[in-house]
Design a protein around this ligand. Structure first.
Ligand code: BTN
Length: 250
């Protein structure tokens, strides 16, 4: 066993308690309620379909049968300003699970802040929602949607990239397995190795990006991620801007 594996074994590996429903309005809304009721970290709600699936920016997340829809409740003991780092933890877990199923020859990239792309088409999205108590994080719900059997126009489904069938439940178990591992790593080692691994798979690193904020739009070069997970954009006139939210177009 490599020595590097030992700290993760010593960390308390997450035990997930998975509840699967035929249909829910939104797993995200359900887990938010459970979080308020005090359910423990590791509670996972999966729905085989959703009638009101939600994506980022209030967008609808179309949720027919055959894809993966789940939300995970986490209660990390950390300050509120570290919550955003968990988007990268979840993205790495999803990336590792997808890697096990796709055939070789496809290019998988992680698009800031939390999309997974295959050959520039979206295969999965992550929605993080938090409740803060003063300066610390009371809970965080990580919503995960993966196009397994079907995808909306312009997106891609895992089954079309795989040489073998992709049953949703075994795929879900691989996602959770990797999530437990990356979450333990983040707890033991902090954000630095997560950031490094994410950057190695980053979409558009070193390329021109167009950033749209509520008040303005500008272009620059996607230069780096900072230690909190913000996007660092180098400006043509010199200097860098730190982007913590907003739409980024590559
Ligand atoms: C995005 O890319 O905009 C994020 C999409 C997140 C969708 C998932 S599906 C499971 C969970 N329940 C929801 O209503 N949304 C998230």
């Amino acid at each position: 066993m490599p020595l590097a594996a030992i700290p993760y074994l010593m960390a308390n590996m997450m035990e997930f308690d998975v509840h699967t429903y035929a249909s829910l309005s939104s797993t995200q809304d359900y887990v938010r309620e459970l979080a308020e009721e005090g359910l423990p970290e590791g509670t996972v709600i999966q729905a085989l379909s959703q009638t009101k699936g939600r994506g980022r920016h209030g967008n609808a997340w179309t949720s027919p049968l055959g894809n993966l829809y789940l939300s995970v409740l986490l209660r990390p003991n950390c300050s509120a300003d570290r919550a955003g780092q968990l988007a990268f933890v979840v993205a790495l877990a999803l990336s590792a699970a997808i890697e096990e199923f796709i055939a070789s020859g496809y290019r998988k990239t992680l698009k800031w802040p939390n999309d997974l792309l295959i050959d520039n088409q979206k295969i999965a999205g992550i929605l993080l929602e938090t409740e803060l108590k003063k300066e610390s994080l009371a809970w965080l719900v990580a919503g995960i949607g993966v196009n397994v059997m079907s995808a909306p126009n312009g997106a891609v489904a895992l089954k079309d990239l795989s040489e073998r069938p992709v049953p949703v439940h075994p795929f879900r178990d691989r996602v959770l397995d990797h999530l437990g591992r990356y979450y333990a790593r983040w707890q033991v080692e902090g954000f630095a190795p997560i950031r490094e691994e994410w950057l190695a798979q980053a979409h558009g690193l070193g390329d021109t990006v167009r950033v749209r904020l509520p008040s303005e739009t500008f272009s620059g070069i996607f230069a780096d991620l900072d230690e909190a997970g913000a996007l660092l954009v180098s400006l043509p006139e010199g200097g860098q801007r730190k982007i913590t939210a907003g739409d980024v177009y590559f």
